[in-house]
Write a protein that binds this ligand. Sequence first.
Ligand code: P6P
Length: 335
Amino acid sequence: MSNRISLTRYLVEQQRDHGHIPSQLRLLLEVVARACKSISQAVNKGALGGVLGSAGSENVQGEVQKKLDIIANEVLIEANEWGGHLAAMASEEMDGIYVVPNRYPQGEYLLLFDPLDGSSNIDVNVSIGTIFSVLKKPEGSSGVDEKDFLQPGSQQVAAGYCVYGPQTTLVLTVGDGVAMFTLDREQGSFVLTQENVRIPEDTKEFAINMSNMRHWDAPVKRYIDECLAGKDGPRGKDFNMRWIASMVADVHRILTRGGIFMYPWDKREPEKAGKLRLMYEANPMAMLVEQAGGAATNARQRILDLQPTKLHERVSVVLGSKNEVERVTAYHLQG
Ligand code: P6P
């Protein structure tokens, strides 16, 4: 038992021995982890906590908000606003940014999050999660406003998610590889259960919502058709398919055993670049996947290189096992 490393010890050692995280960033990550523990408690109560079902409101995306979406958003705001490590926050559930109130000291970091990703799964007891991304406020700007958030994903100083499934697991990178921490409910603390996470470069497992097939662009259709053709087809091997409709759960499987996740642009809403959001879904997941040796593109470009123009902009996402992501991207670039 004594050789178990807590999240706190891991972060202290990252700060002290590797110089990767200043104390304010370590504090930020500890606070986010504590907020995720509170969200996990609320999620685990389910019907017993009266937290299931719709809140009767819509978010900035025009999506029906679940009660737990709003609870999770409030938990993250309340946990982070007083600590002095943040200048402002942005959330899938809020139209504009949330500037830390004047009654609290302002810090140098910006926190972005999808407080509860995969909401459609909440009421059917399927894994959901919190996704977060950390940026530094640009030097020299006196106040803070939305444009300070519009930085490419390559500028993230930390990223992670917490998946609320059979276990509650926090997955984190500060730019020095990916580590996983499982919540020990008896101790009430996250314990290091895997570090130096690596995604296999090849896979036989793809994740995509097949019901959208008739709306896909030709390169996506080509790639999936080749996977479906199996060992007698051009790929010379059989593939398996998974689709949990909860990005956190699908990405966690890929970080754990490899695979490719795709939510590409499609013809249903051609004016939108994709369904998923760049700033607080694609960017943090892309940082984690790349730090674990995988790849993440919008089917043409590296996601972390994309220059955002709007806080809630959407993006096409292809991420996971490097060789498969490169194949899909190559099909798009060939046209
Ligand atoms: P669909 C959840 O709402 C989400 O944003 C992601 O977590 C998930 O990958 C995707 O949407 C599922 O979308 O169209 O399959 O329901």
